[in-house]
Design a protein around this ligand. Sequence first.
Ligand SMILES: *Cc1c(COP(=O)(O)O)cnc(C)c1O
Length: 388
Amino acid sequence: MTDMDLTEAELDPFEAAPLRLTIDLQALTDNWRDLAQRSGRARTGAVLKADAYGLGIEDCGTALYHAGARDFFVAAATEGETLRPYAPEARIFVLSGIWPGQEKTFFDNDLVPVLASEEQLAFWMSVIAERGDHPCALQVDTGFNRLGLSVAEALELVGDVSRPASFSPVLLLSHLHSSDLSSADSNRVQLEAFRKVSHAFDGIEASLSASAGIFLGPEYHFDLTRPGIALYGGQAAGEIRNPMRPVATAEARILQVRSALAGETVSYGGSHRLARDSRLAIAAVGYADGYLRALSGAGIPLRQAVPSGAFGFVAGQRVPVVGRVTMDLTIFDVTDVTSTAVRAGDYIELFGPNMPLEEVANAGGTIGYELLTGLGLRYERRYLDPDI
Ligand SMILES: *Cc1c(COP(=O)(O)O)cnc(C)c1O
């Protein structure tokens, strides 16, 4: 080995990365336990769709499995297949149901399809007629108008004596559309509709609430809750201070700090004109990393719905994005930070404990869910293991 190799071998790639993401698995499992406590007598599952909201299904799944979670939800069968080795004894529900050609994936990995339409039911009956008994779940639409059997279709199924004896749903679920607003009348309407169906399906476990629904109180918990965003530290219930611990911290390296004069412009289109002599930090993150172009600074034409741009956090202070976010680079105004406190090579926090995820997302006209699930491939990831 040459000296050069040695130096490189000793370097932790995380320490050298232009863009990095720390995922605190202790915070993740603490959040799960917190939600389990809030779920009272109901069991608490975990939603791991979209690569665990962008944070890594293998690591997040392993940590949650060791914390005690045994009911996992994914959107696609392939996600269930990825998760299976890390959650050997868990039930894995696939929210998009089962489609012709996927039978092997479901049976080989013991995945539970969530059936949501008459067509899917009919297909499932043919699958179990051929392959024998296998658990399934049923989704009922109680007012979302997304996936699910109608209440009437579900009630009809209960009375249908022609269904095969091996048809064995293990879970009945529905999804609330406005659980983030505790005062929404629709929550009660959906609750009543779901109660009616779950009574009819006597003896089958029921699940109504995602993260925000857990905060609506015990009558919304049924047998199993399905938190997603709250596990990952995001804001679930809209009207209360977010009680969850932040799980993800995104940081970009400052590649250059430059001085610019009042009257000069910044970034593409000359879209921001400086009102004062300024110091600008050029950070190694852009819209290719899910740092949305809609997070661009205030006062430029592409911004209409949201009045202010995003902020980053560096040297103990919040600093605003100026000008347009570009593919790989974003410019922050660090004029108000002591000049010796921010230097090329330093990292700026994009979101994390000092810059709430939700606040950054809102500055781009979106929600924390979208920011997390769109992080892209360039982040160097570091997982902080939970104590066991
Ligand atoms: C995504 C999803 C969840 C989790 O929602 P959060 O708001 O992230 O807690 C639960 N149930 C269903 C059906 C979902 O699609």
